[in-house]
Ligand binder design. Structure first.
Ligand SMILES: C[S@@+](CC[C@H](N)C(=O)[O-])C[C@H]1O[C@@H](n2cnc3c(N)ncnc32)[C@H](O)[C@@H]1O
Length: 261
């Protein structure tokens, strides 16, 4: 039933989604043509996709502590690395978009909620070795594999935190002057997602970019996405179905875009 509902929402998204030709905002048009639809093949793509291939072939099992809403299709406690790589990691298409977004906006810091095996963190950190990527993961064994992965592909600008977002995010945010780029990619529950959003919002500026993964994963996530769009500080949003991008640019009229991706 969940899968059917998901397919229905995807169908509605495809009906409503537009591309750069249906967009009148110069800011969004430029983002679409230069970043979202950019087909260039960056060197890091190959390196990280080779790592993903290796993980997808790994029979090694680890004990997984899932502090979030869990996987839609897989709930067991011991998982093979290849299963985690298949179910949890962002697709190449979406992870490469994260790389291009960091490359384009050049934030001071990237904050990621949900490291898993480190695929998306590796992409974001690769955009600029001078940008620090702070990545939080609640499962110690998963975080350990991510650390090994960063070492394997020589990524040195990821700082890992292990713990429950609920417990450690407020302190991490408190210590930062500004939170300018966030990927929310763990614990896909409405209340938790909105709490993390509000916590990060305390240090957001009008140039901040917040990215929410799996905005159509469940009714709860669709509701959370709606509340985020409605928030008074939010101006432009871009719905890519599997991901939602949020901007706070003050000169921009409030507008929500549904974009084919
Ligand atoms: C979808 S995966 C992240 C995938 C990763 N960003 C990528 O694309 O490579 C979500 C991760 O968030 C972690 N997580 C979920 N809820 C959490 C919580 N409340 N605190 C800390 N970690 C949590 C899970 O253990 C899982 O590894």
């Amino acid at each position: 039933m969940k899968k059917l509902l998901f397919a229905y929402h995807y169908f509605i998204y495809r009906l409503n989604a537009t591309n750069e030709h249906g967009v009148h905002s110069p800011f969004v048009y430029e983002l679409l043509t230069n970043v979202i639809y950019n087909k260039s093949d960056y060197y890091v793509y190959k390196k990280i996709e080779e790592l993903r291939e290796e993980l997808l072939g790994s029979e090694k099992e680890i004990k997984v502590e899932d502090l979030g809403a869990g996987s839609l299709f897989q709930k067991s406690k011991t998982k093979k690395i290849k299963t985690i790589a298949k179910n949890a990691a962002k697709s190449a298409k979406h992870a490469q978009l994260l790389f291009r977004l960091v490359d384009h906006f050049q934030p001071l810091t990237v904050l990621e909620l949900g490291t898993s095996l480190g695929i998306s963190a590796a992409y974001m950190a690769s955009a600029n070795s001078k940008i620090k990527t702070i990545s939080i993961e609640g499962c110690p064994e998963t975080a350990k594999i991510a650390a090994q992965n960063f070492e394997k592909i020589e990524i040195k600008n990821v700082e890992q935190f292990i713990g429950n977002f609920d417990a450690i995010l407020p302190d991490i945010v408190e210590k930062r002057e500004e939170i300018d780029f966030v990927l929310f990619d763990g614990n896909h529950r409405k209340k938790a997602t909105l709490n993390y959003f509000l916590t990060c919002l305390e240090k957001a500026s009008e140039n901040s970019v917040f990215i929410f993964d799996d905005i159509n994963w469940s009714d709860e996530m669709r509701e959370a996405w709606q509340e985020i769009k409605d928030h008074e500080q939010v101006t432009v949003t871009i719905d890519l179905f599997f991901m939602g991008i949020v901007f706070f640019r003050k000169e921009q009229a409030k507008q929500h875009f549904i974009i084919k991706f």
